[in-house]
Design a protein. Structure first.
Length: 236
């Protein structure tokens, strides 16, 4: 299997981005974009199609098992995890484009600054002050578990037409965390969280549900949104 990896590169945040086409060949059907990037970086002798040295491609990764969300990037125009993008998907076309997430500031190459995700969680105060309620409905417990699977990878924000860093709407990445708290906190602890939910989630969401379609964890954001709206707005 021979592919051309078209990688959008940038030395640093101030530099102009440029595309670099890197030939890559493998017989392994299990190879992913992540393993290809790792092989190129580890080898040190890869040349691009123009004969120039590729060097080290800066990108983030950790588990490489679809558990941490660190390797999120835009692959062939779609935000996804590099460890879950198999090269065989692109074998017929022969090329695959790889670029950083566009909604976050680029640090270098495929690395972006996603600190806004954690800053938004601080604004929401997305943490428990006591024990979670364990007497709720089984459906709510299941939804809370569903929400807890969020990887904070940022793929949902990449496709959200309403999210922009620094704006009032925080997007599905924050919504998943808040929905879990709404479902698990005791009733008396939900008052301030309801206000936060109204301001930073409900008031800005256009319900396009693009987040549901790209979520690497497969979280059903539509179901979470419906139940959280019921709890936060209608208190039932």
């Amino acid at each position: 299997m021979k592919l051309i990896l078209k990688i959008l590169r940038r030395i640093n945040a101030e530099a102009e981005p440029c595309w670099q086409s890197v030939p890559f060949e493998t017989d392994d059907e299990s190879e992913t974009v992540a393993t290809a990037l790792a092989a190129i970086c580890d080898d040190g002798h890869f040349l691009d199609t123009a004969g120039h040295a590729v060097g080290v491609i800066r990108w983030e990764h950790s588990c490489l098992q679809k558990k941490c969300g660190a390797c999120a990037m835009v692959i062939d125009g779609r935000p996804r995890l590099a460890c879950d993008a198999f090269l065989r998907e692109f074998s017929r076309k022969g090329t695959v484009s790889i670029e950083p997430l566009r909604k976050f500031p680029v640090v270098a190459d495929l690395i972006v600054d996603r600190s806004i995700l954690y800053e938004n969680l601080k604004v929401i105060k997305a943490w428990m002050h006591g024990d979670a309620a364990s007497t709720g409905k089984a459906e709510d417990r299941n939804l809370a578990f569903e929400a807890s699977r969020c990887l904070l990878c940022g793929c949902c924000l990449e496709v959200c037409p309403n999210f922009a860093p620094g704006e009032r709407f925080f997007g599905a990445a924050s919504f998943s965390i808040v929905s879990r708290l709404l479902l698990e906190l005791p009733e008396e602890s939900r008052k301030e969280l309801r206000k936060t939910y109204m301001r930073h989630i409900y008031a800005g969401c256009g319900k396009s549900l693009a987040c549901r379609d790209v979520c690497p964890a497969g979280i059903d954001t539509e179901k979470l949104l419906s139940r959280s709206n019921a709890v936060a707005l209608f208190r039932r």
